[in-house]
Design a protein around this ligand. Sequence first.
Ligand code: 3PG
Length: 308
Amino acid sequence: MAKVLIATEKPFSKAAVEGITKILTEKGHEVSKLEKYTDPAQLLEAVADAEAIIIRSDKITADVIAHAPKLKLVVRAGAGYDNVDLEAATAKGIVVENTPGQNANAVAELVMGMMVYKARNFFDGSTGKELRGKKIGLHGFGAVARCVAPIAKGFGMDVYAYDIPQVPDSVFEAAGVTRITDVPELYKTCDYVSLHFPALPNLIKSVNYELLSNLPKNGCLINAARAEVVDEDGIVEMFEKREDFVYLADVAPKNKAEIAEKFPGRFFFTPKKAGAQTAEANANAGFAAARQICDYFETGSTKFQVNK
Ligand code: 3PG
């Protein structure tokens, strides 16, 4: 039976941790926790005897892997695994998994919440606008976007989506959304564009001024994906050249102070990454991670491996 470390700088809810622990200990695994750590050195120390780790956005660097000689499995309880050095893990034969879709609804609800907040002028008491009849463009049509689509339709929005050609038309048809095959066209068409693609190297800073400038008057960008996919200079240029532009993000860009000083009232940034921070998402993703660890040690299953 394995020693499993739950390493979460941003902890799961108490109930989720209890559930994760129950799933693992019932199968005879031994669970330890490192929560709210402030120094990466604490993680280096904690992984010394771990055979499996459950993480969130915690950084599993080559250094962490070098300090974990017994490590066999890393499960990212969530979708994006850009926080794990896959090359270093693969070189040591360590399996890396995620738990796709488990926190998608939570992120989708945050997207909708931020849009309502913006449409009502950040609840400042002035006359706002409604979402009904407006167009939303989903840039990327994975698990989160597929949760946003029905909620946005429930609000009476027209939903458009872009994804790479490998995603079949049937996926868009089943969701009842209009597929757009050209990224600038998506931005030209929609009042709100919401980002839903991973921070792959070729997509870093890909949402730049050139692309954003396609947005219609009063266009709004929502980023509940990764800060890195947006070109921060492009955001500033957009704010400067387009007085109508609004940016909503989970979580704040590095140039937040500059934006706050120069463009007050035209943005909202969550103070700490909040998309997946619900009791339900914590439980869904955490329990899935625990079950995947049990399966791995019981049957050798690597169904959710991302470093094949
Ligand atoms: C994800 O990739 O699953 C989300 O960004 C959530 O990340 P978190 O678990 O750090 O909140």
